[in-house]
Design a protein around this ligand. Structure first.
Ligand code: HEM
Ligand SMILES: CC(C)=CCC/C(C)=C/CC/C(C)=C/COP(=O)(O)OP(=O)(O)O
Length: 308
């Protein structure tokens, strides 16, 4: 395979745009963008007004680089499984368009530069972000993903960390309110992923990955999606109950979380073709809107208290 691919490479000119796109794809840019939104909101909620430009620029660039590095490591370590699934077989490493050694080097450059940037802010943020990277790239990708159907519940902690990372980037301390934001993303992750896993069940079964719909069946997974949307509703009340957030947040988050419960009820009891996919799509808009609402509420309170 290597020989024929080598000859193909010699005879087919690969445009620099194509190569550039492949490197970008490996960083999972849309996922990283969402992680950065949650980190930015964590930063903003850590202070009454707005964080300094330095913290925002160094913090978001550092967290972004490290998240991107984690995503590239995930592509490297999963390349053989990715090659077996319809959703992922065309990825740059699964297809052999990028050499594994080059991808590893790329990931290392992203990881080290991200760490150095975050170290300029404070070591706590640099180490916590590195722990999230290892949690996702190694603990989840190498071990949990292939070991237990609870993989994404436990592994979800790494993806839930950015609001805390944003917060510590500003303060240098761990704050219980930041942990509430982590809990929101943590409770959101299972319905986000399992809705997709229901839609892609056969793909995961074919690749031998023990995702919940493969090991416990579609009906059980739908029940778990509903359970976690209910849990998310309860967790969603905590920022208001602890006075971190106000009524704008309470109303906005309740509407969004009730919407998610509505999708989950339909999935469990009145499923139609394509509804699992629609639920997955809703989860993405839901998280985006939830964090925007957290921010709007925070600035509304700040403004009404007369901060300048
Ligand atoms: C263990 C935790 C997670 C798992 C297993 C997971 C899994 C996935 C998968 C498989 C996709 C690709 C769906 C497709 O084929 O289009 C996806 C998409 C996405 N995920 Fe997650 N996810 C997790 C956590 C997160 C977190 C924490 C965030 C952000 C805070 C996030 C944001 C997104 C976004 C924005 C997309 C859409 C990407 C696109 O359209 O290209 N995910 N997720
Ligand atoms: C430093 C830091 C904050 C790290 C977090 C990194 C990160 C990119 C988290 C997102 C979680 C995610 C996209 C999981 C999907 O992996 P998968 O392997 O199940 O999905 P795939 O099959 O699409 O690759």
């Amino acid at each position: 395979m290597a020989k024929s691919q080598g000859l193909e490479r010699l005879s087919t000119p690969i445009s620099t745009t194509a190569v550039w796109r492949d490197y970008l794809t490996m960083t999972k840019p849309k996922v990283v963008a969402m992680l950065l939104l949650t980190a930015l909101v964590g930063m903003c909620l850590a202070v009454p007004t707005i964080p300094t430009i330095r913290v925002v620029v160094f913090g978001l660039t550092g967290i972004g680089l490290q998240s991107a590095a984690a995503a590239v490591f995930n592509h490297v370590l999963d390349r053989r499984f990715d090659a077996q699934m319809a959703r992922t077989y065309h990825r740059p490493l699964a297809k052999g368009r990028i050499a594994t050694s080059k991808a590893v080097l790329f990931a290392c450059v992203l990881m080290v530069s991200g760490f150095i940037l975050l170290w300029q802010l404070n070591p706590l943020t640099a180490w916590l972000t590195m722990a999230s990277l290892v949690g996702y790239a190694v603990v989840y990708t190498v071990w949990l993903k292939h070991a237990t159907p609870q993989n994404i519940v436990i592994g979800g902690l790494a993806g839930a960390a950015p609001p805390l990372l944003g917060w510590t980037a500003v303060t240098g301390n761990l704050d219980p309110h930041a942990l509430l934001l982590v809990m929101l993303v943590f409770a959101w992750t299972p319905p986000h992923f399992w809705a997709l896993a229901i839609h892609r069940r056969d793909d995961y079964a074919k690749a031998g990955i023990p995702m919940l719909p493969v090991t416990h069946g579609i009906e059980y997974t739908k029940m778990m999606v509903l359970f976690y949307t209910l849990l998310l509703f309860a967790v969603g009340l905590l920022p208001w109950l602890t006075a971190m957030s106000g009524y704008v947040y309470l109303v906005g988050s309740s509407v969004l979380n009730l919407g998610f419960i509505g999708y989950a009820i339909k999935l469990k009891f009145f499923d139609t073709t394509g509804h699992a996919w629609a639920t997955f799509k809703y989860s993405i808009w839901h998280l985006l809107a939830l964090f925007v609402v957290l921010l709007v509420d925070h600035w509304w309170i700040t403004w009404s208290l007369g901060y300048k």
